[in-house]
Design a protein around this ligand. Structure first.
Ligand code: UDX
Ligand code: ADP
Length: 465
């Protein structure tokens, strides 16, 4: 039987940070060390001011201040943490490949492989290695081969324990998970390793919510869960376009179908398109795996979810241009929101990036206010698209510290993140500060269209004809 006294997590990001904070809080007798190669990130995790933690997540600051220094530590000494740990979580980033075979589709496992090699090199005692990052099916097997063939002859058990937390609600999702999934080898030692990890979760999760499966089912379940969720968003977004041309209201349609208990009411909010680090990446992964097994129909079926999402972003930016008399050249367009959803500072794959890019291509001047995203991050996101020079991007995109200055003198406002504070702005004051006609493009359906129209705005809301 395994006895777990020390655990280590490689990767102090959106997944590793919150997950380890909660595990440490609920298991005070276990020492949890989160390591990262990024010194700046570790410094930020060790910051005394909880506003300076590298990620913003409601409730996270309270837990970190309670357990950091007690049994939760953030460090850059990866080797030592690996060597001392009985259980190692791999929680590094797995972006989509930007080069070579599978470019734009397959997951780039470079960071995972580097981790596996490092674990193999450093380990002098047997360890349980837990995949936490979302990975393509059968990655565990690759990790195992590296560990077994390049290691020092010690035993490794590999578990898949996919993360189902959503950003913005990570702490709540971790404290009250619908389920915890643990995939392991179907052997006696595999079961013992599953049991060792399950016992950490049982500190606060009821046993019947901890599901054990084989490794591949666990890996595939994660991709499937995200593909199903993203598919719901693309489905309602497809209907939103039909609503606009036919005079229906997508909110009414969503409410009507959501009351059917077989369908359910969640993930039916029409939007400018889904973003985040998981949905697109995981579906592309699923598509790539299906293709590599020669399952073309399966691949095409899931690919359509992405095609719909790209279309939704594109038609939103086109709507802005056509409504503004077919030109936004040198016009000021104000963005409310840049993060891929509210209550997070994460901007990965955010629709705002693509909308900004299209408008800058049309020579607009984009002024952004997001309560949690810095101008540096916005420019990095734009530069990453590699469409034009960084100089032009920084000329055309200006971040503001508050909403009113971003909006002053603008021709149009685009709401791209559903931050609660946007609803409470003084919309009469905003109307006075804008060019006329004053346009609002609500990509999140959070504003009261009738109320704004009464003030004098011309309003477009996704999915309302
Ligand atoms: C997702 C999964 O929900 C989570 O279980 C998994 O572990 C990681 O991926 P996350 O990416 O953090 O989490 O956010 P999520 O709340 O799922 O939203 C993804 C995107 O879909 C956001 O851009 C959101 O705005 C959009 N969305 C979501 C909609 O447009 N409409 C909806 O009804 C729901
Ligand atoms: P996620 O959303 O999956 O948590 P992030 O990008 O927020 O992804 O976090 C992943 C973290 O993993 C980054 O901070 C990165 O520096 C770290 N990382 C990547 N490779 C390694 C490695 N070999 N050793 C330690 N940390 C790593």
């Amino acid at each position: 039987m395994y006895k777990i006294q020390k655990i280590c997590c490689i990767g102090a990001g959106y997944v590793g940070g919150p997950t380890m904070s909660v595990i440490a809080q609920k298991n005070p007798h276990i020492q949890v060390t989160v390591v990262d190669v990024n010194q700046q990130r570790i410094n930020a995790w060790n910051s005394q001011n909880m506003d300076e933690l590298p990620i913003y997540e409601p409730g996270l600051g309270e837990i970190v201040s309670q357990v950091r220094g007690r049994n939760l530590f953030f460090d850059t000494d990866v080797d030592r943490a690996i060597e001392e740990a009985d259980m190692i979580f791999i929680s590094v980033n797995t972006p989509t490949k930007t080069y070579g075979k599978g470019k734009g589709m397959a997951a780039d496992l470079k960071y995972i492989e580097l981790c596996a090699r490092q674990i193999a090199r450093v380990s002098k005692s047997s360890k349980i290695v837990v995949e936490k990052s979302t990975l393509p099916v059968r990655t565990a097997q690759a990790i195992k081969r590296i560990l077994d063939q390049t290691g020092n002859g010690v035993e490794f058990q590999i578990l898949s324990n996919p993360e189902f937390l959503a950003e913005g609600t990570a702490i709540k999702d971790l404290l009250e998970p619908d389920r915890v999934l643990i995939g392991g080898a179907e052997t006696e030692r595999g079961n013992e390793a599953i049991e060792a990890l399950a016992s950490l979760y049982r500190a606060w999760v009821p046993s019947d919510r901890i599901l054990a499966t084989n490794v591949w089912s666990s890996e595939l379940s994660k991709l499937t869960a995200n593909a199903f969720l993203a598919q719901r968003v693309s489905s309602i977004n497809a209907i939103s376009e039909l609503c606009e041309v036919s005079g229906a209201n997508v909110n009414e349609v969503a409410r009507a179908i959501g009351t059917d208990t077989r369908i359910g009411n969640r993930f039916l909010k029409a939007s400018v398109g889904f973003g985040g680090s998981c949905f697109q990446k995981d579906i592309l992964n699923l598509v790539y795996i299906a293709q590599s097994y020669g399952l073309d129909e399966v691949a095409q079926y899931w690919e359509q979810v992405i095609i719909m999402n790209d279309h939704q972003k594109k038609r939103f930016s086109e709507k802005i241009v056509t409504t503004l008399f077919n030109t936004v050249s040198d016009k000021k367009i104000a963005f409310l929101g840049w993060a891929f959803k509210k209550d997070t500072n994460d901007t990965r794959e955010s629709a705002a990036i693509y909308i900004a890019n299209e408008l800058i291509e049309e020579q607009a001047s984009v002024h952004v206010y997001d309560p949690k995203v810095t101008q540096m991050q916005m420019l990095a996101d734009l530069d990453y698209l590699n469409v034009r020079s960084c100089d032009i991007n920084s000329e055309r995109l200006i971040a503001h510290q508050e909403a009113y200055s971003a909006i002053e003198g603008a021709h149009a406002i685009a709401v791209l993140t559903e931050w609660d504070e946007f609803v409470c702005l003084d919309w009469k004051r905003i109307y006075q500060q804008m060019q006329k006609p004053a346009f609002v493009f609500d990509g999140r359906g959070i504003l009261d269209q009738k109320e704004l129209e009464n003030i004098g705005f011309e309003v477009y809301t996704i999915g309302i004809g």
